[in-house]
Design a protein around this ligand. Structure first.
Ligand code: GAF
Length: 383
């Protein structure tokens, strides 16, 4: 098992006994690009996880080892700064956040690796941040509450990865619960769990295998476009803090001033929030077909109005749409690549996977990887 290999590698390299931590990646049923707009998201932690072996080392050095890449980065505790090595930034970003809070982070050793495929939109970076934070919180007895862990992970992503992400990914990695999706209200930070029974309906992820280079720059641009929309609306509706406070009627009334692009971005966000609320209602009523219809509508909005999909993701959703036993499908995460999420009736999963692989190969000449996601608990100690 990978966790045990990582622990063994730690003992061999550093000769001490590490604390072991696991931190999951996530799926998101619906509610995309709503988190940084004060809206709703409906994610869950999944059994694609990052594993950490960590121990304090009585030195003034942080020694980081990426197990899968066989790479090392060493940094003095008083010289923590963004690194040229991308993976190290997620770990160092977290240390920098703790230091910023006035916590003296002593030297430590860390070997980490995992099964969250990078670039697949399953939030490997949030899992790395939250796992590292959980480990240091435990070792240093820092007393960070779970929500603080999620927020510090998000801040690390902003400052060390330059992605101005919302809170969803880190929240899901920390707050995930077995067999449940969780609706987070990103304005109040209230959250509610909804059971998701995967015995009859499986969650199948189709990995497009692409990650277009513009993903993070476009992400930040979308955020600015939404902020622009809020700034315009606020002139007329001073209570507007985020797009969560906006309505379609308000957007319509100021359509000319917003301009076509900002209007479409904002309208998408307002509608996506409504879709999350509706999807939760359908989920609670056990109506998966209705949940699925919201997912298709979400994809259409992301493709046409928010413009964060790409040909590969659109092909995958189209291929899924006509298949028997498929309740819903849509792109998931930031966009421009990564995975689609598909809700598929158990007895149809095998045929679905075969159809998707053949269709993707035939239409785009690309090999498709698929995963069935199990919904698991958030970050925790591991054995
Ligand atoms: C990425 C971000 F990290 C999340 O915060 C969220 O905005 C998502 O894209 C889009 O819903 O995963």
């Amino acid at each position: 098992m990978l966790l045990h290999d990582i622990a063994a590698s730690f003992r061999q390299q550093f000769g001490t006994e590490p604390l072991l931590v696991r931190a999951p990646g996530r799926i998101n049923l619906i509610g995309e690009h709503t988190d940084y707009n004060g809206g709703y998201v409906l994610p869950a932690a999944i059994d694609k996880e990052m594993y950490f072996a960590v121990a304090l080392n009585q030195k003034n050095t942080i020694r980081l080892r990426a197990y899968d890449l066989n790479e090392a980065v060493d940094v003095a505790t008083d010289a923590v700064a963004p690194s040229d090595t991308q993976w190290a930034n997620y770990l160092l970003g977290v240390v920098a956040q703790l230091q910023k809070r006035g916590l003296a982070v002593p030297g430590f050793d860390c070997v980490f690796g995992g099964t969250v495929p990078a670039g697949a939109g399953l939030s490997s970076s949030a899992a790395v941040e939250c796992g590292m934070l959980f480990a240091l919180n435990t070792l240093l007895n820092a007393g960070l509450a779970p929500m603080e862990i999620a927020k510090l992970g998000q801040a690390a992503e902003h400052e060390y990865a330059q992605v101005l992400c919302g809170l969803m990914d880190q929240f899901a990695s920390v707050f995930g619960r077995d067999g449940q999706v969780v609706r987070l209200d990103c304005r109040s930070l209230d959250y509610e769990y909804f059971p998701f029974d995967t015995t009859a309906c499986h969650i199948v992820l189709c990995n497009s295998g692409v990650k277009h280079a513009l993903a993070s720059s476009e992400y930040n641009t979308r955020r600015q476009e939404c902020e622009r929309g809020v700034a315009i609306l606020r002139q007329y509706y001073p209570e507007t803090q985020t797009l969560r406070d906006a309505t379609l009627e308000q957007l319509e009334a100021h359509r000319d001033e917003l301009g076509p692009v900002v209007y479409r971005r904002c309208a998408y966000v307002v509608q996506e929030n409504q879709r999350v609320v509706a999807a939760c209602r359908h989920l609670a009523a056990g109506d998966l077909a209705a949940v699925g219809r919201q997912m298709y509508a979400s994809h259409a909005g992301l493709r046409d109005d928010y413009e964060v999909s790409c040909p590969e993701l659109d092909v995958l959703v189209k291929l899924a749409e006509t298949q028997p036993g498929v309740y819903g499908a849509r792109m998931m995460g930031g966009g421009f690549g990564g995975c689609t999420i598909n809700l598929v009736a158990k007895e149809h999963v095998a045929a679905f996977v075969e159809h998707m692989k053949a269709g993707y190969q035939q239409q785009l000449g690309l090999a498709l990887e698929t995963y069935e996601a199990t919904i698991v608990h958030g970050v925790s100690l591991a054995r």
